[in-house]
Write a protein of this length. Structure first.
Length: 146
């Protein structure tokens, strides 16, 4: 099913499939995009703020994006127009992530009748139900063709 602006309403929820993360994935992402000791080396990570190996927040964000794309079937895709992101807890090796997204607001465009904006809050949780990321995003949505 493909969803358009008219198909969404505040309060609608979407839940992704689970996605496991291991130390090798964390290190590969960090080596390429965020090469800091607490993302690359277990021993070095022990002496840092995190106290153990932790995924980059950007790795968590990238995994979250994939899980949202797979679970929120918007016409035209997931197109961001800004938002806020927070990482209240580190993502760790062995975590199994699930994203729960909720539509907060829908605003049809006054100047562009073929689209609108939805505000969506997505919480990424680990296998213990602990929130590792909160993303509140404004998404550009297509309106259903006339």
């Amino acid at each position: 099913m493909t969803l358009y602006l008219e198909d969404l309403a505040p309060g609608m929820r979407f839940t992704s499939q689970p996605r496991a993360l291991d130390a090798g994935q964390i290190k590969r992402f960090a080596a390429e995009y965020d090469p800091q000791p607490f993302h690359l080396d277990e021993a070095a990570a022990q002496t840092t703020f995190f106290g153990a190996l932790a995924a980059s927040g950007w790795h968590t964000a990238a995994l979250t994006m994939r899980l949202i794309v797979d679970s929120v079937p918007l016409a035209g895709g997931i197109i961001g127009a800004g938002g806020e992101i927070a990482w209240p807890r580190a993502t760790r090796p062995g975590d199994v992530l699930v994203v729960e997204s909720e539509v907060l607001d829908i605003t049809p465009s006054r100047s562009k009748p073929e689209r609108g904006i939805a505000t969506v809050r997505s919480e990424t949780r680990n296998q213990n139900g602990e929130v590792v990321q909160i993303l509140t995003a404004k998404l550009v949505l297509q309106r259903r063709p006339v």
